[in-house]
Ligand binder design. Structure first.
Ligand code: PGA
Length: 250
């Protein structure tokens, strides 16, 4: 049985004190009997403080991005070791905002994923089609390209450190959620592809989160689908009660 995994991506929101306040509130309000794995993903500068607040709690801490080189002349970038030093246990790679706003390619995403695994950090690999791709019937083609680029050729054991997040780009921050049927269909497709690339047991243990306008009132239904193993939450993770409402739905 895959344990549901709910992560809150705070994106470029909140000052350091605001991140700390939210982390404290989550730590205090998260019910002891929570079944899901829960994590938060603050902006880089707040990461050390948030990690300190959540140390020893049931809430994990990750980073929104990473750079694949170890150190050196890469102005503005943050390495895996720096993330570890700051208290992160994992990082997102390939978030749609990095792919489509910053222009990150599949090849860069892959390098980041490998660097993270090599340094012992876990990864949430985000994939998802744009609206025009869905409308042109190219959803599966896009998911296949991104999944293969991210995972093909990795050792089976590496997959233990990887979570996938299916985030249709048209559903992120738009208030439009994929229907449960659309989400389940995509998740089923992705799991099938992972089985093809690795094997059934890898595919069955891989967690696939859904992301894109997840809210407390649609979370339970989405995560109730057989192949939806949690949620990657943006906007609704910025307020403790709404995020905890989603966690409750897992
Ligand atoms: P959203 O963002 O919940 O605000 O749509 C999801 C994400 O980008 O991970």
């Amino acid at each position: 049985m895959r344990k549901p995994y709910v992560a809150g991506n705070w994106k470029m929101n909140k000052t350091i004190p605001e991140c700390v306040t939210l982390a404290i509130e989550l730590r205090e309000k998260l019910p002891k009997d929570t079944k899901a794995a829960v994590a938060v993903i603050p902006q880089f500068l707040a990461l050390p403080k948030v990690a300190e607040v959540l140390r020893g709690s049931a809430i994990g801490v990750g980073a929104q991005d990473v750079y694949f080189e170890k150190n050196g002349a890469f102005t503005g970038e943050i390495s895996c070791e720096m993330l570890k030093d700051a208290g992160a246990a994992f990082a997102l790679v390939g978030h749609s905002e990095r792919r489509h706003v910053i222009g990150e390619t599949d090849a860069i995403v892959r390098k980041k994923l490998e660097a993270l695994l090599k340094s012992g950090l876990e990864v949430i690999l985000c994939i998802g089609e744009k609206l025009e791709e869905r409308e042109a019937g190219k959803t599966q083609e896009r998911l296949s390209i991104q999944t293969r680029a991210g995972l093909e050729g990795l050792a089976k054991a590496d997959l233990a450190g990887v979570t996938l997040a299916y985030e249709p780009v048209w559903a992120i921050g738009t208030g439009k959620t994929a229907s449960t049927a659309q989400a389940e269909e995509a998740h089923q497709f992705i799991r099938g592809l992972v089985e093809e690339l690795f094997d059934k047991s890898v595919a069955q243990s891989l967690r696939i989160q859904y992301g894109g306008s997840v809210k407390a009132d649609n979370a339970a239904e989405l995560m109730g689908q057989p192949n939806v193993d949690g949620a990657l939450v943006g906007g609704a993770s910025l307020v403790a009660d709404s995020f905890l409402g989603i966690v409750k739905g897992a």
